[in-house]
Design a protein around this ligand. Sequence first.
Ligand SMILES: [Zn+2]
Length: 201
Amino acid sequence: MADELVQVPAREARAVRVAAGGRFRVIDVEGGQVVDLFAFTADDVGEYASAEHTRIWVNRLFPRVGEAFVTNRRRPILWFDRDDSPGVHDMLCAACDPTRYRLLGVDGWHASCQENLQRAMAALGHDRVEIPQPLNLFMSVGVEADGSLTWGPAPTRAGDSVLLRAGLDCIVVASACPQDRNEINHYRPTPIAIQLLGPAS
Ligand SMILES: [Zn+2]
């Protein structure tokens, strides 16, 4: 099977189905862009990759190559096989949503990772899904000694990527975060891509 490249326009999301053992890359096309990544088990979208469960599973705040992301039922759903980026990813921050933008002073509608996820899942027939706390690829969040958080712009360059492998048959949703009210995307949301690779041979 030839590799398939799914382009995700800036501020939007796309869903792909990945069979257990299947691998995929998430690519930051232009650089400096955060990706909110979600994964639901294919046969029950009530089970999904959960950052808070994963933090306990790996006993760390941020993901690392060789480790798994687990579901809210504590089963490995994605494996972090390779990192071709600066290695900066977040597992602390909730997906952006309409309320977040309202609180940031936006007047009227603003795209959000929450609505992107809901739209992508609805297109597959899943009209109601939980909004899991995502894996925020390429997102720079630091924890200071006093417990406070620091935020920075995504340090990725054009073409940087991560390679993930499905542990379960799943639906993966990648959202090109539309946040333009703080510096995480350099105030300039840009496209991403998902490259479906199939199982390792
Ligand atoms: Zn977002």
